[in-house]
Design a protein around this ligand. Sequence first.
Ligand SMILES: [Fe+2]
Length: 444
Amino acid sequence: MRDARGNPVSTLSGAALAATEHALWRMMSFYGTPLDDLAAARAADPQWLLPPLMECGFLLSLTEPSVWPQATRILNACEPLARTANDRERAHFAALKALLAGDWTGACTAWEALLLQHPRDALALQWAHLFDFYRGDGTSLRQRVARVLPEWDAGDALRPYVLGLYAFGLEENQLYAQAEATGREALASARVPWAMHAVAHVMEMQGHYAQGSAWLAHWHPDWTDGNGFQGHLGWHHALFALEALDANAALQCFDAHLESSPEQITLQRLDAAALLWRMHLLAMPTGTRWQALASGWPRPVHEAGRYPFNDVHALLALIGSGDLPAARAWAASVTERAELAHGHARDVARDVGLPLMRGLLAFAEERFDTAVQTLYPLRAHAQRFGGSHAQRDLIDQTVLAAAARGGGHSAGRALLNERRLAKPVTPLTEHWAARVAAATRPRP
Ligand SMILES: [Fe+2]
């Protein structure tokens, strides 16, 4: 049998295949989770390798430490099923083994090999795109999708979601007009939160905060309708508010989409920490939100050092909650554990994650000179840390805040120059410009 895009599958069960198709749509659209569909597929054909692989890959794509044991159990149980699987499914199995072992680059290489053989393998494309994002591989965010997009039929039900991936890749490569057009094309035929997101990024990077806020308000019913991307798009909505220095609107977004709860996962906590940190830099009151975030953030020491991006945001939560001893202890755990990690994670921790933590701790300890001297040089290779340009702007804003507190006028001036040429001067830029300038005036 073949799936809806012509890829070979080793099941003979139409019910199992239909359930995996629905799961795939959920994974690409973020509406609900694919777990119930995958359970149905497994029930319909317990001998088929692909449904448990999809479940494992979905869990790992969350970068959520609490689900790693479950993902490990699922993958270990796949070994007997691999004997009756086809080559494509076994290649996915190998990619997920690499992913589970922490070899994210190896997993992306395996998915690339799959895409050369099967350009409409949506699973390989979706997962490679997410891990290109997590690895900060901006070139692949655009080019990996470009290498397969022309192979997708105009009428394919999943093509709008592939366009959404491409729109984001274009945006991360500063091709804003093309990114916006591609995102809008995707949205012309389907509800594609990744495309809504890509266009929001286009507006964020160009300083079009009022337009961006209106864009997300327009699509609000669609990205809040049981969508797993809700927290992140709520974060983007709040960023537009902060660009206008509207603290109340930013907090409304936080409370609607990022408030701490037992169901919250790390990906959502990252955005909560990133938003509260920006507000902290601006000395905007945030009530008890930091404390709620930090106390609900599980940080098992044995999981420290797995992914520097997550580790740094956990540090922000501890600093923001006012618990500096816990923040220092967490940074020490991450430093120790990062040396035990493999390849990419260890290298990125050494080169970006750990120095970034040291710079943030220096800022928290009001050693603003050290904060600027530590954070400023990181900007040159911070992309390896993962996330988007908009997420990594947190580093720039921390340097500006440190410069405004006397930590280094020349670095602050340089960043403001860069900002003024990248986008129109916004209230946020005016705010930092005034404070960096004030920090250089001799005190009476
Ligand atoms: Fe984003």
